[in-house]
Design a protein around this ligand. Structure first.
Ligand SMILES: *Cc1c(COP(=O)(O)O)cnc(C)c1O
Length: 435
């Protein structure tokens, strides 16, 4: 049975209970209850040290392989976090013109280390990325390749490109975040890729420099990554034999984490297996390996801090209503995702109760946990929803006209506001009142 009273140290995360009795949940050296008082709730809190550790972990796992990390901005797109990553030499994987602009603002020098993914790039987005001189476009269809060629011709440039191939590999994850089967909208079929590369190689305005693959997200097993890369490697060899030499193999992102405290796994063990599978698949490839981790770098570095507003009973059910809602963190509603929830104050005397932890939004899908054994909570208590650093704030919305949360970055004993809480003015800023 799960321990209902959380352990002092929460494994694999830079969150632990501190203070004399080890009852006060802290991110690095800073009490979360204190941050909640200073900045209010709901509040996203991130550990800078945890982010740095994950980048180092990646670089160590791939030591000896020519590689570059291109962090997937959509996982968490806060400018300060992008700047922190760029400062460590990390490039970016972007999926929109908005993300290109974020990369530019965070660190101009990172533009040269950008790969541009996504099935629906517009002409305007292509133009902006061509002007920014990014590393390469990951092209996802024949039609997109034609448009890219036309835009490059218009701008008298040669667009560096990769084809995103669909390796038809099954990776066990939630269906909404699985992308590597032919039934998904992503990439071009392996069989089609060869002809497209030949065509790109003949174009004066396209420069085929790479190949990319991304099979999905939250994958906790190294084997499908190896299989996908193996297929890509074979195509790279075939193309080289025809004189089309690709410099970059982009293996995408998708490496998962453990969201369940009761089923922990060591992130570095999975990463080692992943790196091993990649190395074997690459064989004697003499170019550069690009990696696009998102979740693995940032998910466990972040928590969503909320306050309990009410505890209510409906028949046999107990609902803990927090001031954070599905507009702040939609993963449970969207992917049936599990997030560990721990109290900001650990009290070993608290009775365990089985509760639903829900938000204030008018949707039955607005929950963070269902029938979960938790230490007893009362109105006014603080809770931390763990592993919310990825696809938390970046997927947040103003649904129910709720201003979005603030974000704080903790580094040792320092804490810095990296996004202020939205105001009523922000909420209404883009709207025009009918006269
Ligand atoms: C979303 C995405 C990623 C990052 O996925 P994670 O699961 O967060 O690592 C990388 N590459 C592409 C093309 C993506 O769409």
């Amino acid at each position: 049975m799960n321990p209902v009273i959380p352990a002092r140290k929460i494994p694999a995360r830079n969150f632990q209970y501190r203070g004399k009795q080890e009852t006060d949940l802290a991110c690095e050296g800073v009490s979360l209850a204190r941050l909640a008082r200073v900045y209010g709730t709901p509040l996203y809190v991130y550990s800078a040290t945890a982010i740095r550790e994950r980048v180092q972990m990646f670089n160590e796992a791939f030591a000896g392989v020519r590689h570059a990390l291109c962090y997937s901005i959509k996982a968490n797109s806060n400018l300060s976090i992008l700047r922190l990553l760029a400062g460590m030499g990390v490039g970016f994987d972007i999926v929109s013109g908005g993300e290109l602009e974020r990369a530019r603002r965070a660190a101009k020098k990172s533009l040269r280390r950008i790969v541009f993914s996504g099935v629906g790039k517009t002409a305007a987005e292509m133009d902006a990325a061509l002007a920014a001189d990014i590393l390469m476009f990951n092209v996802e269809s024949a039609a997109e390749m034609e448009l890219l060629e036309a835009r490059a011709r218009h701008l008298r440039q040669r667009a560096p490109m990769a084809l995103r191939v669909n390796p038809d590999v099954f990776a066990e994850t939630h269906p909404y975040i699985s992308t590597g089967l032919h039934e998904h909208k992503f990439g071009v079929a392996m069989a089609e890729a060869r002809a497209l590369y030949r065509r790109a190689a003949r174009s004066k305005h396209l420069l085929p420099v790479g190949i990319s693959v991304h099979i999905g997200s939250q994958i906790q097993n190294a084997a499908p990554f190896g299989q996908a890369l193996q297929r890509v490697r074979e195509l790279v060899a075939d193309l080289a034999a025809e004189g089309i030499r690709l410099q970059y193999i982009d293996a995408g992102g998708g490496l998962g984490i453990s969201y369940k405290l009761e089923e922990p796994f060591d992130p570095s063990t999975l990463l080692e297996r992943y790196a091993h599978a990649m190395r074997s698949a690459l064989g004697d490839f003499d170019g550069e390996l690009l990696l696009e981790p998102g979740r693995f770098l940032i998910a466990q570095a972040g928590a969503l801090v909320a306050q309990v507003l009410y505890v209510k009973k409906n028949g046999s059910k107990t609902f803990v209503v927090t001031d954070a809602g599905m507009n702040d963190l939609i993963r449970p509603a969207l992917y049936q995702a599990h997030h560990a929830i721990v109290p900001l104050r650990r009290n070993p005397k608290n009775q365990a109760t089985v509760v639903d932890v829900v938000g204030p939004v008018c949707e039955s899908g607005d929950f963070f946990a269902r029938d979960r054994a938790m230490p007893e909570l009362v109105a006014g208590d603080g809770v931390a929803i763990l592993d919310a650093g990825a696809y938390g704030m970046s997927l947040s919305s103003n649904y129910n006209s709720r201003p979005r949360a603030a974000e704080v970055l903790v580094d040792g004993s320092r804490h810095t506001l990296i996004r202020r809480r939205e105001t009523m003015r922000d909420l209404l800023a883009a709207e025009m009142l009918l006269r």
